[in-house]
Write a protein that binds this ligand. Structure first.
Ligand code: PLP
Length: 702
């Protein structure tokens, strides 16, 4: 079955313009090669990846006749562009005109007028105003004139053209370099001008949304001059203009525009391959096109529903970008991340230092398997041992693999060191635990759904109530090899055990020669206010399991840490994984550990965590039964007679806050540890307001 989504998304037709007629002499050659270079760079590939049909419709070249006056040549060129654009629109396709010289805009937008009539809106994204007339232009180069001409101003060289735009719906965006005469002209016509300064002050998304609203409300077009981008993102332009727009952010922010049924055409101009040494600008053009052809949020969800397994029920938001404590959905809405991917994103999203480490290492060496040594893993292992005080570490990918590693180590230790009879080893875990989803691990879960339909399970596991040290002592037999416990149960509902629990468990384990293994996949690495949550009780577990944040929110990196007595039960061939310990993951994890330490994130989590808990506890709301937590790891237990936690999370989503329910009644709050107090307060305010509104709407069930 053809599951393309093009029923709603128009077919894209790329029209290349090979012309440097409008630019200064020095840029002519590059401009005239722009279309060919963009074709070679296959800038439409991303559109096809989005499952939207895309093909080159034509490459239109300027006349090579040196005798032809420039104005005449330009007019002929634009006429041909105009015809192709109109022809594309007539077939129902979206024309995308790409090229080297913004003078081509005369062709593009006259083509739209020919197909759809005059009087449409235009978003003109440009470092300049392009509103010279042949009288006011100091250089006389037509690439500085097209906007004035499209508005019907200026005698030459466009006198045969009359204005096609509706001046009330024209916006110039990203401006930072122009002459006064241009500004005066556009102001006299009532054109909306959004300067770079304003964008920096008010934010790209907000200003762009406003700009799109200004030009929309009827048929409209988007014209992008690549010099609107910062030269660091787009060096390959005819005239570089520092201090421009962030390429990826603009591409993202434009997503919704392209799906607008009233979008008539798109234009990307001023590409100069001669200055695009490493192809960065061509890649940016491809990114813009990919972004512009992206499915909508609803379409992404439908595709996933159709092609994915239904083992998750995500909240209805499609996230497309993250930075620090914020993430953005495909429609450009911003959310405060109060979930941090279950602590995996403790360092926030796309931390620049982590990105640099990832990029540096990815360009050197990524995955070679453990059939060889690599030059990153030894450094990670040494750092882990130093930081956490163990003699050895074993790297794996996901948390469950680290838990499985711990289970295997404990059993083998039981047989080889403790002297437990073969096949008799027993491991004790707690009710309400969450250690992952493998068969062995769900076998020791007390959650019926996690087990249902997946048996038979391996024997040798025993469950005791969480938080009850006496129950541990009572459950231990001579065959018990380990007690596996989370210092704070996360998935179980952010359950903080009674004070002294872990310390008493450690004493009991020591007395009975049982390994205390703390699963710190979620609680470790600063989350609860100390590097390890077990340190709150001055407990040094016999073994520790780390994961999530260890990968810096970029890669799955987990580890099992223990002393030699335990770790040395593994011999070559006993255990391993292809990706575990890969150089890329090790480099990122090393950087993540450095950041956690240098930013003193545990102390930050302790301080802000106290503030978070205090403020949450002060919320006076009858639907809140309890607030629990430690550090920046909190749970709000709701009274289901009012509403359940899932509904609360849906409302929080509407309020711009990402959180997740657990166990039906608990809203989990675990923001990135790098969060600022003002950001945290903003999140808490939104939570308080949302729950208040919900109580008013859903009074307590009788
Ligand atoms: C305490 C704990 N252990 C283990 C895991 C499993 O980690 P992963 O999902 O990376 O396999 C999780 C995941 O949430 C967890 O919270």
């Amino acid at each position: 079955m053809d599951s393309r989504i093009s029923s709603k998304q128009r077919v894209v037709r790329l029209i290349g313009v090979a012309s440097g007629l409008g630019v200064p002499e020095r840029a002519k050659a590059g401009s005239s090669r722009a279309a060919a270079a963009l074709e070679i760079a296959d800038v439409g590939a991303g559109i096809r990846k989005n499952r939207v049909e895309c093909a080159w419709d034509a490459v239109i070249a300027a006349s090579a006749d040196p005798q032809l006056p420039r104005d005449v040549a330009l007019r002929r060129l634009c006429q041909r562009i105009d015809e192709r654009v109109a022809a594309c629109i007539a077939t129902g396709a979206l024309p995308v005109v790409v090229g080297g010289d913004h003078a081509m805009a005369m062709g593009t937008w006259h083509g739209v007028a020919r197909a759809n009539g005059k009087g449409f809106g235009l978003l003109w994204i440009d470092a300049h105003l392009d509103a010279h007339t042949s009288i006011t232009s100091p250089s006389g180069n037509p690439h500085g004139m097209p906007l004035a001409a499209l508005l019907g101003c200026g005698p030459n060289p466009w006198e045969s053209h009359v204005g096609v735009l509706d001046a009330r719906r024209v916006c110039v965006f990203g401006v930072r370099s122009y002459e006064k005469s241009e500004l005066l002209l556009l102001q006299s016509l009532g054109i909306k001008i959004v300067s770079m300064e304003e964008i920096a002050q008010r934010g790209l998304q907000e200003t762009l949304t406003e700009a799109l609203a200004h030009v929309g409300g009827g048929r409209f077009g988007v014209s992008i001059d690549l010099d609107a981008f910062d030269p660091l993102d787009a060096p390959g332009v005819n005239i570089q203009c520092p201090g421009g727009l962030d390429g990826a952010a603009l591409a993202d922010a434009l997503r919704s525009a392209a799906r607008h049924p009233q979008l008539a055409a798109l234009e990307i101009a001023e590409y100069n391959p001669d200055r695009d040494i490493d192809g960065k600008t061509a890649r940016l053009v491809a990114t813009v096109l990919e972004s512009l052809s992206s499915p909508t949020g609803a379409e992404y969800m439908a595709i996933e529903q159709q092609h994915g397994a239904h083992n998750y029920a995500p909240l209805p938001v499609v996230l497309a970008r993250g930075e620090g404590v914020y993430v953005w959905d495909t429609a450009g809405n911003r959310y405060l991340d109060m979930m941090s991917a279950y602590s995996a994103a403790s360092l926030g999203h796309c931390h620049p230092q982590l990105m640099a480490a990832l990029d540096r290492q990815a360009r050197r060496l990524a995955v070679t398997s453990r059939a060889y040594f690599n030059d990153r893993l030894p450094l990670l292992l040494a750092r882990l041992c130093e930081l956490f005080g163990y003699q050895a570490a074993l790297p794996v990918n996901t948390g469950l693999e680290a838990v499985e590693t711990a289970l295997k180590a404990a059993r083998k230790w039981g047989y080889r060191r403790k002297g437990v009879a073969a096949e008799r080893a027993e491991i004790i875990a707690c009710k309400g635990n969450f250690h992952g989803r493998s068969i062995a691990i769900v076998g020791m879960s007390s959650e019926a759904q996690y087990r249902d339909g997946f048996g038979p399970f391996p024997p040798g596991f025993k469950l005791i109530p969480y938080g009850d040290a006496a129950a541990l002592e009572a459950a231990i037999t001579p065959d018990t090899v380990a007690f596996l416990v989370e210092p704070v149960q996360g998935e179980g509902g952010i359950i903080v055990p009674p004070d002294g629990y872990l310390r008493r468990c450690a004493e009991i384990c020591r007395r009975h020669d049982v390994l205390l293994i703390c699963d710190e996949v979620q609680t470790g690495l600063g989350r609860t206010g100390k590097l390890l949550a077990s340190w709150h009780e001055n407990v040094r577990p016999d073994a520790v399991i780390l994961g999530k944040a260890l990968g810096g929110g970029l890669l799955p990196v987990s580890a099992f840490l223990a002393d030699r007595e335990v770790m040395d039960v593994f011999t070559p061939g006993d255990h391993g994984s292809t990706f575990g310990g890969n150089a890329l993951g090790a480099a990122v994890a090393l950087e993540a550990l450095d950041l956690i330490v240098s930013l003193d994130l545990p102390a930050r989590a302790a301080l802000l965590g106290e503030h978070l808990l205090q403020r949450l506890r002060r919320i006076d709301n009858p639907a809140i039964r309890a607030v629990r937590g430690r550090g920046l790891f909190a749970g709000i237990e709701l009274d289901p007679n009012f509403f359940d936690a899932h509904d609360a999370c849906l409302r929080l989503l509407d309020a711009g806050v990402l959180s997740k329910d657990t166990h039906g009644t608990v809203v989990r709050i675990a923001p990135p540890l790098i969060i600022e107090q003002a950001q945290l307060d903003d999140g808490i305010d939104r939570i308080g307001d949302t729950l208040q509104r919900m109580v008013a709407e859903f009074p307590r069930a009788a």
